[in-house]
Write a protein that binds this ligand. Sequence first.
Ligand SMILES: NC(=O)c1ccc[n+]([C@@H]2O[C@H](COP(=O)([O-])OP(=O)(O)OC[C@H]3O[C@@H](n4cnc5c(N)ncnc54)[C@H](OP(=O)(O)O)[C@@H]3O)[C@@H](O)[C@H]2O)c1
Length: 335
Amino acid sequence: MTMHTRTLGTTGPQVSALGLGCMGMSALYGEADRAESIATIHAALDAGITLLDTGDFYAMGHNEMLIGEALRTAPAASREQAQVSVKFGALRDPDGGWSGYDGRPAAVKNFAAYSLQRLGVDHIDVYRIARLDPGVPIEETVGAIAELVEKGYVRHIGLSEVGADTIRRAAATAPISDLQIEYSLISRGIEDEVLPTTRDLGISVTAYGVLSRGLISGHFTPDRRLAPNDFRAMSPRFQGENLQHNLGLVEALRAIAARKGVTVAQIAIAWVLSRGEDIVPLVGARTRERLAESLGALDVTLDDADLAAVERAVPADAAAGDRYPAAQMAHLGSK
Ligand SMILES: NC(=O)c1ccc[n+]([C@@H]2O[C@H](COP(=O)([O-])OP(=O)(O)OC[C@H]3O[C@@H](n4cnc5c(N)ncnc54)[C@H](OP(=O)(O)O)[C@@H]3O)[C@@H](O)[C@H]2O)c1
């Protein structure tokens, strides 16, 4: 495995070509094992992954405290190379519900103060609101993060799941390093408008859902039982006929993976890596085994014939079902 680096935007940091998304270690994908989660973060740092992604609302601070513990217990050299990307702004209920977004400047600074404390760090490397707060102009939210940059509490400003117009307005307010957004073989909505916009403005993409939350990992089986609070229990792509159809696409990928002597997950990650130097996949590995598989994608080269075979197996728009339930689609700037 060879760890390369990519630069986020024209002003952003140099990060590992693969990032580790830590969400599933605390929330949304059922039970996770705390010791294994920390061992996975340590193994990622050890392998040269520098970028760790989280959100302050992933199990209400749990994920940040987990990362904080992993950083405290990592060797000093690993700790120093770590770059933490934090999303804020999603409002939660004590019963786990979601109740909107808050991007007001005072709220931004409040969220940041708590995140710094939970993570046990003196700065956040990339800070971004998780979704646009429709009640607050993006200029105000980004302007508040820019003040945190001036004070040294934040290094770079990112965006998450916003459309072309918001990206342009944010970039006119302050330098933006990257847009975090879903991008995978079966989620290609950004290619029409969002990706041309980020490229025009010199903004990178940190891609999540590269394995479509496990759906196209090659490990997901139709008989898998999901807890009621597992995101996938409500995701249109994991339901009934949609699931059958989507897993059919995975079987077509499996044939290509077998010919190349790699795994389905490695093909899916390598495909995102192949889409441009401005794209950094965030993989949601929660165990060292899954992490090792993901890291293997860095050494998978897809030549023109491979890419054409992948496109034939999974054409753009091949997925059945939206990537989020309807109520959550309404908060997104791209399909
Ligand atoms: N900005 C946003 O709106 C947003 C939204 C969602 C996520 N994110 C960020 O992006 C990160 C990645 O997203 P994601 O977790 O949905 O991504 P993902 O990598 O598409 O999905 C992770 C899931 O895939 C399964 N998986 C199977 N094989 C794997 C392998 N080799 N490597 C990794 N996972 C494998 C894991 O299941 P098992 O553990 O059960 O095997 C895990 O549940 C999150 O952790 C979060 O930080 C951002």
